[in-house]
Design a protein around this ligand. Structure first.
Ligand code: AMP
Length: 183
């Protein structure tokens, strides 16, 4: 019998959902340093909690950090979350970029100020190197504003090729970070 209405053809797989159907454990880094960063981070957390085929399972504290690169810009607010998801990495990136776009995110200059930045840090133990995605995120192992919040929610997480989050933290200076207390 022919398929009904909008049903996918037999055997077709929604390209946004992993074929195995298993949940992946994913860590996402959030950052904002423009136009009321605390508001942008809070609203991004709301957006992440509503992602399809996903559950937001852990949220770190928020931290203020000094910008890397150009110093003539405001401090950042950063956080890291853990998401359990059936989405593929690419579909998840699409959703994150849609959330960024809703926050008037424009890609201007590298390391410049931004209303919202969402990065896929780890996707299970997968190593991904495509035109759009590099996971583990190539800079995360030496960034205090990633490692400190990540250590809070997943100290035993391992960054392939670099080691555990808690061990990496012992090797870097995190004195420019302070926990946000006014939320
Ligand atoms: P940014 O300006 O730092 O937000 O970089 C955005 C670009 O990085 C996008 O074009 C993404 O396709 C690419 N990208 C590569 N790896 C990642 C990742 N792990 N998480 C998010 N974006 C990534």
């Amino acid at each position: 019998m022919a398929g009904r209405g909008s049903d996918p053809p037999a055997g077709a797989i929604n390209p946004g959902v992993r074929k195995s159907g298993f949940m992946a454990r994913v860590f996402i880094g959030l950052g904002s340093n423009l136009d009321d960063p605390l508001k942008h981070i809070q609203s991004a957390l709301d957006g992440l909690a509503k992602l399809p085929d996903s559950t937001l399972t852990k949220v770190s504290s928020l931290y203020y950090s000094r910008p890397i690169g150009p110093q003539d810009q405001p401090d950042f607010v950063n956080a890291v979350v853990q998401l359990e998801t059936r989405l593929t990495p690419e579909a998840l990136l699409d959703h994150l970029q849609a959330i960024e776009a809703r926050h008037s995110r424009e890609r201007k200059k590298k390391w410049g100020p931004r209303t919202l930045d969402l990065d896929i840090l780890l996707f299970d133990d997968d190593m991904i190197c495509t035109r759009r995605l590099r996971v583990p995120h190539p800079e995360m192992h030496h960034r205090g504003f990633v490692l400190v919040p990540l250590n809070e929610i997943a100290p035993n997480a391992c960054i392939i090729g670099h080691g555990s989050v808690s061990t990496l933290l012992e090797e870097i200076d995190t004195s420019d970070l302070s926990r946000v207390t006014d939320t």
